[in-house]
Write a protein that binds this ligand. Sequence first.
Ligand code: IFM
Length: 440
Amino acid sequence: MTIYRFPSNFLWGAATASYQIEGAWNQDGKGESIWDRFSHTPGKVTHGDTGDVACDHYHRYPEDIALMRQLGLKAYRFSIAWPRVIPNGVAPLNPAGLDFYDSLVDRLLAANIQPFATLYHWDLPQALEDKGGWQNRDTAHYFADYTAVMVKRLGDRVKHWATFNEPGVAAFAGNLWGEHAPGIKDIKMALQAAHNILVAHGLSVQTIRSLDSQLQAGIVLNLWPHEAATGSPAEIAAAEKSWQEGGDVLFLDTLFLGHYPVAGWQASGANHPQVAPGDMALISQKLDFMGINYYSRVLVDASGERVRAEGAEYTEMNWEVHAPALYRLLTRISREYRLPPLYITENGAAFQDTLSADGKIHDPRRESYLREHFIQAHQAIQNGVDLRGYFVWSLLDNFEWGHGFTKRFGLIRVDYETQKRTLKDSAEWYAGVIRENAVE
Ligand code: IFM
């Protein structure tokens, strides 16, 4: 049997996001976020689910950190809820919110777990949405001020700072498809939101660096390679066109080449965003790391239509299970862009877990999904990709946005009635991978 051993300092972790796990949506001075408003609006989320309580992590984080320790996690990626620390997005600060993250970080470090903070995982203060949200360029400056607050408070202990999680989802799912908060459906607004988020990223990186040049500043993109269904030349060309015009290249080109992709800019016609002088240099500042969230690929036919992979396995999200595309993605972007060190900041799968009579959750499909993807990551490292770590999505079952609680991605099952946590088989297996620093 082959043993795939990882570099000795490889960072194994798990990830979560504030709105998906914290709950306590209006406690201890927290302000309303756009996700509070969206999920409280009838018809927006499956079953009317909300993040009001979610995994109650706000109250149960010591227990959750004990579980992380039990798994042997070396790192934990979490996000900060902006309205918890600055209820209306601008001022004043909420001391109780700041204390929460302070204590979370202290306890992580006491458990020997490196904290990786993400400043924005989609829960914009509603008060800022009321002033135009990401359409309003001022939001980018407020974001830089919020960055300063957090870095001053936690920067002595948190060394890795991601500005945004999946800016493409924030911009497009929220402003073009209307499936996420704030629920807008307008291409021009979505493209302007994407641009203003990129400006916010640039200002935030400048802020982090000005406060402490030793800190590691980065961003997290979700990347879905576009591939040809059967491999005919016409399909390969269609897949390439679709990739070049899509959101992933928009972010890769702006961040790492300093310009908008030609194909995407042309395709957006009169809807392209307003770009101020100096924006592209701000956006494309050198980063210390990039996080990649990888789940699956987009498969297209010769006409560029999205198709299903015949005979392939699909997860509960209706996403194809296809690990080799992770290898192709990592090697391709490492060839085509001058990238900083990489982390897989999310990878995992939602399956229909059942609680067995023995009280356990036997989830061999999740284990096999993770195993296959770890092996592809290992191959990429062998072929020169500078991949430093891997965060499984997710530590806990949690609120999966528009799907509410119907999709379970966790290594740890959460019973939402009782808040009982149970390690799934995949979690026990992952603990072994971490212990051995290897996959069999
Ligand atoms: O749950 C999300 C997460 O918030 C962002 N990346 C994808 C995950 C699964 O859909």
